[in-house]
Each structure stands twice: as C-alpha cells, then as structure tokens.
Ligand binder design. Sequence first.
Ligand code: NAD
Ligand code: UDP
Length: 310
Amino acid sequence: MKRVLVTGGAGFIGSHLCKRLVENGDEVICADNLFTGSKKNIEQLMDYHNFEFIRHDVTKELLVEVDQIYNLACPASPVYYQYNPVKTIKTSVLGAINMLGLAKRVKARILQASTSEVYGNPIVHPQPEEYWGNVNPIGIRSCYDEGKRVAETLFFDYHRQNGVDIKVIRIFNTYGPNMNPNDGRVVSNFIVQALKGEDITIYGDGSQTRSFCYVDDLVEGMYRMMNSRDGFTGPVNLGNPGEFTMLELAHKVIALTGSKSKLLYMPLPQDDPTQRKPVIDLAKKELDWEPKIALDEGLRFTIDYFNKII
Ligand code: NAD
Ligand code: UDP
C-alpha cells in the first residue's frame, strides 16, 4: 500500500485517477481548490476509508507524508485557463515548485501532467517527444502553454540539481465521463449541444485536427508511467494517435446521438493549433501501453454520461 497525493484530484482526469488508486488499496489524498473540479466527481470516493479530500490551492505550500505525487492541478479548458491567466500560470509554476519541494523533502516520486500544448501549433507532424514545439510566448494560450513548459523545466532542474525522482507525461486531448458540461472543450460542447438539439459550434472551418484519448486508457498510461522503471523520466506522450478533424467529430456526435442539430460556424480562436497527433512509440516501448478504446466507443460512453446528467 502506498500513500499517494493527487493534486487536481476532483477534476475530470483526477477523479478517474483517484478512483483507480483507491480501488488499488492505496491511501489517497486528493488536494483541489475546486476551481474547475467538483465534489460531485469524487462523492462516491468519500465513503472509502483510504480516501481523503483537502481543499487546497497548490500555489501555497502543502506538507503531507506521501510516497507518490501526481500533479494535475491546473484548469485544462481554454475557456477556464483564460478566465484568469495570471492565476493559471501561477498554478503551473508555483504549483510545480511547491510540489517538487514536497517531493524533495519527503523523497516522494512525482509525476507531472504536462500537455501536448508544449508543442504549440506544431510544424512537425505527428509530434514525437524530441520536438521542441512552436509556441507563442505572448498569446492568449501562453498562460497555459508556457506555464506547462516552465513546469517541465522545473521538473528536470529539480531532478538534475536535487535528485528528485520525476516522471513527465504529455497528455493529448482526453475525454470521457466527469467532464464539466460547461467547460467549453470540444467533446463536451458537441455532445451537450447535440443532446439539447442546439447548434453545434464549429470554430473556423472545422478542418483543424485533434487526437482524442478515452480517459480510462489515459489513466492506465499515467499509472504505468508512475510505476515505471527507475531512471525513466520521460517526457512521454500519452494519447490516441487516431486523428480527426472537428467536422468529422461533429458528424460522429450527430450520428451517435441521433440529433437534429445543425452546424454553426464561428470564428477560430487566436493561436488555435491546426493539427495534433502523438507519436506513442516511447510509451509502447517503455510502458507497454497503447490506447484500446476507439473514438466511437468512447463517445458512446461519454454520451451515456451526459445523457444522465443534463
Ligand atoms: P480539470 O479542469 O477538470 O481538472 C483540473 C483540476 O485542478 C480541477 O479539479 C481544478 O479545480 C484543480 N485546480 C485548478 N487550479 C488549482 C489550484 N491552483 N490548486 C488546486 N487545484 C487546482 O482538467 P483535466 O482535464 O482533468 O486536466 C487535469 C490535468 O491534465 C491538468 O493539469 C491538465 O493541464 C492536464 N491535461 C489535460 C488534458 C485533457 O485533454 N483533459 C490534456 C493535456 C493535459
Ligand atoms: N472547438 C470547436 N467548437 C467548440 C469547441 C472547440 O470547433 O465548441 C475546436 C477548437 O477551436 C479546437 C478544437 O475544437 O480547434 C479542440 O478544442 P478544445 O478546447 O477541446 O481543446 P484544445 O484546443 O486545447 O486542444
């Protein structure tokens, strides 16, 4: 049995990870300020003796005795991370410093939930871990992208300078139950709009691509990375290499929900990446991991979830 801290544990991905760890029998502490997460996501875990919730902001220090730390705290939806951009970058940077400081003190292994956004609007396609990215340092997405890039830098400097046992994953677009129906991300927007019979909002001409990973696949990859061999730090891409345009996604959602919704074209937000697809050879080799759930199947599970809650 391990003592595990999950920051951002009441969010979409964090809540699935906490469930997985609790069911493993680990002693789980979930620390979250509930900015984009909610107690509802973790309410079923509250009954477990090996689960504990602390309302905590990672920009402040936290002292707990743990063996492993998963650092997920950070809003992930463009709408929410742009709501208070200064707070977003503080969360990534001060959050990383505080959690790395804790890992150093208590000699815990620490995993950073980084992102495909470190590749920015990628010129290299698909994206391997060696690619350094194409990121605007002063745009409206920079608070998130550059915050995550600095967090990666801090992880590697604490590793080289202080010997902290780090693991870094770069998560590509992930979806599934427990996404906030109002958080503005594409999968939740399209499904909620389709179920309500509202127009489906396509930003730009809908030709931009993303690669969508179902949350159970991602959590399996995160768990394997945390428990991977000593000395393997990553960064490692975790995502589903299936690549779809937003128009293709909209048509899939309409077909799977049987909706009569029409497409509504809206302006493309500034710096919206035109393409994204992970190379996952490293995850296959080091973690023996690859996603198992195809987009259609994952969308069905997600549609079932939204059908229940809206
Ligand atoms: P989410 O917004 O649902 O979860 C983030 C959680 O962090 C929320 O519970 C929120 O309340 C909490 N949080 C935010 N600021 C905090 C702070 N200052 N202190 C404490 N808690 C704070 O998003 P998610 O999709 O579950 O993402 C989880 C992590 O994975 C994030 O770090 C995100 O950057 C990363 N990620 C997600 C995706 C994706 O597609 N979902 C892709 C790449 C990276
Ligand atoms: N998008 C869209 N309609 C929406 C929400 C998003 O067309 O209602 C597009 C968005 O412009 C982007 C893609 O879908 O090209 C993925 O957006 P999301 O916010 O989910 O994630 P990210 O841009 O961070 O990958």
